[in-house]
Design a protein around this ligand. Structure first.
Ligand code: SAM
Length: 201
């Protein structure tokens, strides 16, 4: 991932004012979150998900390629008196370590080569929250290049199994396109927990 990408995102974040709202896949399923543990907002941008997770008491990290975005996140965390480990980091070069997080959230970032890293980075019982653009659902914003958008049911194919499905949403083009969630797919999936006999479920 080159300096060009970083420069592009740095320029986009240069005039940013606030982090905005957390992803709906995360805020809409917050009741699934553990009361404590380590959480990661991967490719966090301005870090709305990281701020949300930290407010809920999770020990939160936010990683992004853009040092400008990370600087904004550090400032937001300071203003809100939250502790966030915000780090400028190319996650394709330094993905999360195996079994290092109880919660991982990814919104509007799709790097398929990280699929295994994300699965292995979850601790037993850990949750993955994923929300990004699909190919079907024009006018939803996001990248024009279809390679950076999900194919039909792709989040399911990428993560389930080995993760267990907890929630999934992909309205596609059915019914009234002015309603529902269009042009995006949402997934909440969970790593197995070792039962008393030691085998992972
Ligand atoms: C569309 S933005 C989404 C940001 C944030 N997750 C959100 O929902 O607002 C994509 C983000 O991915 C980051 N990014 C792109 N390539 C990356 C990489 N290799 N490592 C870490 N972050 C990366 C960009 O800097 C940018 O902040």
């Amino acid at each position: 991932m080159g300096n060009d990408q970083q420069a592009k995102w740095d320029a986009r974040y240069a005039g940013a004012t606030n982090a905005g709202e957390p992803s709906r896949v995360l805020s809409g399923h917050a009741h699934l979150l553990p009361p404590q543990g380590r959480a990661l907002d991967l490719a966090c941008g301005l870090g709305a998900n990281a701020l949300f997770l930290a407010r809920l008491g999770l020990d939160t990290s936010g990683w992004d390629l853009s040092p400008v975005a990370i600087h904004h996140l550090q400032a937001s965390a300071q203003v809100q008196a939250l502790q966030i480990d915000a780090e400028a980091r190319d996650v394709t070069v330094r993905p999360p370590e195996p079994r290092s997080f109880d919660v991982i959230c990814v919104s509007y970032f799709l790097e398929r080569m990280l699929t295994r890293d994300l699965i292995y980075a979850l601790r037993p019982g850990g949750l993955l929250f994923y929300q990004t653009f699909t190919r079907n659902g024009a006018n939803s914003g996001g990248p024009r290049n279809p390679a950076y958008r999900l194919a039909e049911n792709e989040l399911l194919h990428l993560f389930v199994p080995p993760l267990k499905l907890r929630a999934y949403r992909e309205d596609d083009l059915s019914g009234d396109p002015s309603l529902g969630v269009r042009g995006e797919s949402w997934l909440v999936a969970q790593a197995g927990r070792p039962p008393a006999n030691g085998k992972t479920q």
